[in-house]
Design a protein around this ligand. Structure first.
Ligand code: 6CS
Length: 296
């Protein structure tokens, strides 16, 4: 039985093909390895490299403010600016956002820190990591001089069929109004502070609810002297905010907290906060754990 001896050429060709195939696989793996994303840099590392970190603010002085020249300031961003500088990130870049869009925007990566006076509430603490407290404030109503509807609490508003309340979208005041039982048709979402004052002056709303310092700033800036501010709103607590971070950015939050504690200790925190009308002591006397109702 003759065995066809394989011509040396075809055997060589077969060997060459096998070697080429092997090499091809090696090259393919090599290429993938070369282009495989480097281990993702942490948010803090990325911020250090780019020299800035994006923050969400509401533009509600004195908590947060974008000045006419575009500069961002306000108690919360100034604290964040000081902390991030010490962490090697010289700039903060603001995105003006409604309160109700801040946590979704943070989670979607539109910005990396909410530095807006976003009050710590248990439901929010489930969605984000907070720094220790930075700005604290009491609740207030802006109403017509003399408070003709006699509203002193959210329950008073809910119980008065003639009372229409203006609140910011997704903010604490909206939550209070709805929790007190105010029907939807008597809760009006106000786009910004000046609009809220105008809506009160024109009778579109009877009550404009915001933290006391925010309403005092608005009354001064708009010169609205036919309105008054009632504060503290009965039955509401002093609320404190903190900087808010994604759950995946615990490293950044913990580093932020360490520097924040140093600023509180050194007195720099008070120097930043108090010119805006906030009490540094109020933020020192309460903890994130108390405000979140548990560890965060
Ligand atoms: O966290 C909030 O919902 C709130 N924070 C501020 C500074 N103003 C509106 C709202 O009360």
């Amino acid at each position: 039985m003759s065995t066809v001896k394989e011509a040396p050429a075809s055997a060589v060709r077969r060997r060459l093909l096998r070697t080429a195939a092997g090499l091809g696989v090696l090259v393919a793996f090599g290429a993938m390895a070369a282009f495989a994303p480097t281990l993702a840099a942490s948010t803090l590392e990325r911020a250090r490299e780019q020299g800035y970190i994006r923050i969400a603010i509401a533009n509600e002085p004195p908590y947060t403010e974008v000045k006419a020249n575009g500069e961002v300031t306000g108690a919360a961003p100034e604290v964040t600016r000081a902390v991030m500088k010490k962490l090697g990130v010289p700039e903060i870049l603001p995105t003006v956002t409604q309160y109700g869009a801040m946590i979704p925007g943070l989670q979607a990566g539109r910005f990396d820190i909410v530095s807006a006076g976003l009050f710590m509430k248990p439901v929010r603490c489930e969605a984000v990591l907070y720094s220790q407290p930075d700005v604290c404030g009491s609740e207030a109503f802006m109403i017509e001089q003399g408070n003709p509807l006699g509203v002193e609490s959210y329950e008073d508003v809910a119980d008065n069929p003639d009372a229409v309340i203006g609140v910011c979208g997704g903010c604490t005041e909206e939550m209070y109004a709805r929790e007190a039982g105010t029907p939807d048709d008597r809760v009006v979402i106000v786009p910004d502070g000046p609009s809220g004052v105008k809506m009160l002056q024109t009778g579109r709303i009877d009550v404009y609810a915001l933290p006391q310092l925010s309403l005092a700033d608005l009354k001064k800036k708009t010169g609205a002297d036919e309105v008054e501010i009632y504060s503290p709103v009965k039955g509401t607590p002093i609320s404190c905010a903190g900087a808010a971070f994604r759950k995946s950015d615990r490293e950044l939050r913990d580093a932020y907290d360490e520097v924040l504690a140093e600023l509180k200790e050194s007195g720099e925190f008070a120097e930043i906060l108090e010119p805006f009308g906030f009490s540094a002591e109020a933020a020192k006397q309460v903890t994130r754990k108390e405000l979140c109702g548990g560890p965060n």
